[in-house]
Design a protein around this ligand. Structure first.
Ligand SMILES: Nc1nc2c(ncn2[C@@H]2O[C@H](COP(=O)(O)OP(=O)(O)OP(=O)(O)O)[C@@H](O)[C@H]2O)c(=O)[nH]1
Ligand SMILES: [Zn+2]
Length: 308
């Protein structure tokens, strides 16, 4: 990074913390011109952005983004919200116990579809599985070229392989349900740096000592890990929807046509279940609505971010 370049490490409303080359965190705001020029909300800085600062430490410019992870804003179908930017990898974490869920995996994969972000599947708590290859095959059946790494912080399996992906300048985020060992593995990757960089002690407005969780950290070798509240929320949205419609998604596998829209086709397993009353009309409507929104979203994404 140049002298006047930094990387957005935290965002709290319109207040940013920018990580500088020398490792210091600088509090910053965006230049007034962002407002004058009526920039779109997606033009404002997000965690992961490389930004150019002026001599007063104000963010003048957001450098072109290599990739973005987006979510639709609640209540709208068009406007999207960028959660983080410039990810190279996303570690999709699933534990090899009751957490393991292929429908949820599909959801996660659909988020990175059409971006340049490479998904890497971490089979967490691999020490708990008798036959880890069975899980690996199930994942590969979803998509045969996926990178799959069994990981355990108990046996240490997989840590070196994960580190292998974190080369200088690379940025990765972890996503997955709560309680499956993400923090444990991140702390192992951070090693001694955890106290220095991940959890920092600061004085809050009332002069109390508080411990805050940093959203972007740089490892010793110059790679970056991102863990924002936005990413955590995404994990929730994703698993809730998948779990809420898991039974219907399962039925969809039995439809006669692979690209069945579940509306007019012959041999649609979902419509048959609807007629039999196995699934309610209300849930069927919510499900098809969700599907349509999803298709619309991926079309929009391809339009805007085509070729990336
Ligand atoms: N068997 C086994 N247990 C593990 C492993 N890694 C973590 N755990 C345990 O799983 C629990 C949750 O671990 P965390 O690292 O806090 O999980 P997390 O995914 O970060 O959870 P959130 O912070 O809530 O998102 C702890 O009790 C850990 O001791 C592992 O590799 N194997
Ligand atoms: Zn169907």
């Amino acid at each position: 990074m140049n002298d006047n370049l930094g990387r957005v490490a935290e965002q709290h409303h319109n207040l940013y913390k920018v990580l500088l080359e020398d490792g210091t965190l600088m509090e910053s705001r965006v230049a007034g011109k962002f407002a004058y020029q009526r920039k779109k909300n997606t033009d404002y800085p997000v965690v992961g952005d490389y930004v150019r600062l002026n001599e007063k430490g104000i963010i003048e410019e957001v450098m072109e983004r290599k990739s973005t992870l987006q979510r639709m804003e609640a209540g709208t179908t068009k406007k999207s919200q960028i959660i983080v930017s410039n990810l190279d990898y996303i570690f999709i974490c699933m534990a090899v116990n009751q957490d393991f869920n292929l429908r949820r995996l599909e959801r996660y994969l659909s988020m990175v579809y059409g971006t340049s972000i490479t998904p890497i599947i971490l089979l967490m708590k691999s020490d708990l599985a008798e036959d880890i290859d069975q899980y690996r095959s199930m994942v590969r059946e979803e998509q045969s070229d996926l990178i799959v790494i069994p990981c355990s912080s108990v046996t240490g399996e997989g840590i070196t392989e994960v580190q292998g992906w974190l080369q200088t300048g690379m940025t990765a985020a972890f996503i997955g349900s709560s309680g499956i060992g993400k923090s444990t593995i991140v702390n192992q990757l951070l090693g001694q740096e955890v106290l220095k960089t991940s959890r920092i002690r600061e004085y809050d407005g009332k002069g109390r000592h508080t411990t805050t969780h940093r959203q972007l950290v740089r490892l010793g070798n110059g790679s970056y890990l991102i863990d924002t509240p936005g990413m955590r929320g995404l994990a929730l949205d994703t698993s809730n929807v998948a779990e809420a419609f898991g039974d219907i998604e399962q039925l969809a596998c039995e439809c006669k046509y692979r690209n069945c829209s579940h509306t007019v086709e012959d041999g649609c397993a979902i419509r048959q279940a609807l007629e039999k009353g196995t699934i309610s009309a209300k849930r069927y409507r919510s499900y098809t609505k969700l599907k349509r929104e999803e298709q619309h979203r991926s079309k929009e994404r391809n339009k805007v971010y085509g070729g990336r």
